[in-house]
Structures are given as C-alpha cells and as structure tokens.
Design a protein. Sequence first.
Length: 261
Amino acid sequence: MLNKTGMIAGAILVGLLILMALFASILTTHDPIAIDPAVRLSPPTQQNPFGTDNLGRDMLSRILYGWRTTLFIGFLAMLIALVAGAILGMAGGVLEDVAGSFGKVVNKVFICTARFLSAGPGILLAIAIAVASVYNRGGYLGRATGIALLLVPGFIRVFGGVAPCFRDKTVKHAILMVLAQISLSIALAILVCAGLGYLGLVVQPPTPELGALIGSSREFLRVGSYLFLFPGLLLGVSALSFNILGESLNAHLLVVHYKKR
C-alpha cells in the first residue's frame, strides 16, 4: 500500500515539476534577464511573488527558467548514462553467457571501473570536463557528459540484471527496474548539476540555473534571504520527488520478488 502511495505521489510531483519546466514561459510574466534597478532586492510582492535580485530581475521567472536548465542538463546526463550503461551492462551479461569465466572477469572489470569513477575520481573528472567545456565555450553536452560518469554504474548494474527478466518472461519487471533507475539518476544528476552551477561551471551570466542562483545569493543573505530560500526549496523538492518515485518502484519490485519466493 505504501509503495503504491509513494509511486502515485512521486509520479504526480515529478509530472508537475516537468510541466513547470516545459511551460516556464507561460507561467511567468517577466523576462528572466530583464534588469530593473528601481526594484532591486525587493522582497516578495504581488507583482514579484518571489522578490527580485540585486539587479531587479524577477526571481520567479529566473527560478522557473533556471529549473528548466537544470532539469534539461540532468535529463541529458541520464540519457548518456542510460545508453552507456545499457551497452556495457548487457555486453557484460552476454559475455558471461558466451565466454564463461573470461566473460565474468571482463564484466567485473566493467563494474569495478564504473564504481571507481562514480566515487571521488568520477566527481573530479566531472568537474574537469565541466571546466574544459566552459573554457572551450562548449554547450550543455560537455557538462552532461561529466555528470553522466557518476550515473553509469547504476545503469550497468540494472541492465546486467535485465537479461534474466527477459528469459523469465517478466518484461514488466525489467521495465520497472529501468524506470526506477532513471528516476534515481535524474535526482542525482540535478543535484550534481546544481553543485557545478554553484561553482559557476554550468551557465554563464545572465542565464539562470538553480545552482548558479543559489551561488549568487551568498552575498545578499542578510538583506534578501529569499534569494537563497526559493531556488534551494525547489531544488530540494525536485530531488526528493524523483527519489520518492525511484525508491517506491524499487520497493514494489522487492515486494513482488519476495512474494514469488
């Protein structure tokens, strides 16, 4: 019962967050980069529900457009990791079936390498790729590729276990496994993206992004705590929503597994 409630709640929240990103231009009435010094650092008002920043830009517009940027990069990183993880995970499973013990060794090398990259070295490599992308004036693909390195191990593990599901004719379970990993990966990706944005490694001013908005609010915490509060709250809710959906799907699969035993 709790698993189904979590899946429904998570799906509703995730759906609303995606709609917010897709229809940011409709939900806002202000240009996110338009400057108005007359209302700089204005607290929340009816005209500006989330207040304005140090240049008089509407924070509601910047947060919604910033969320669109963060979600897009996180989704792109997940797609890259999904493809790489599917290739490596299923290739490892095939090698185990075809090449026996040699295949098992190769598969373990894949998994161990991926786990190694997902730890400290992977984070440093993601930062290095993001810095190189910014320095070379690259697009979002470079940032997403660096973040994807941290997501690949999860997809390798999932796709390594998908093959038995197809052999046992439990395709539905395989799909749910992949969907759960996708949801959890997007949650991690948007957090990492925001972390890089906080360091100024995702977008360049005046383009909004949640991490960059949180980072730029540091100088104004005493006079405008709302500059940090609203983007931070949206980031926390979004990560929690994707995690709730992913963990609920995993819990559902675990319950089904034990019922069959």
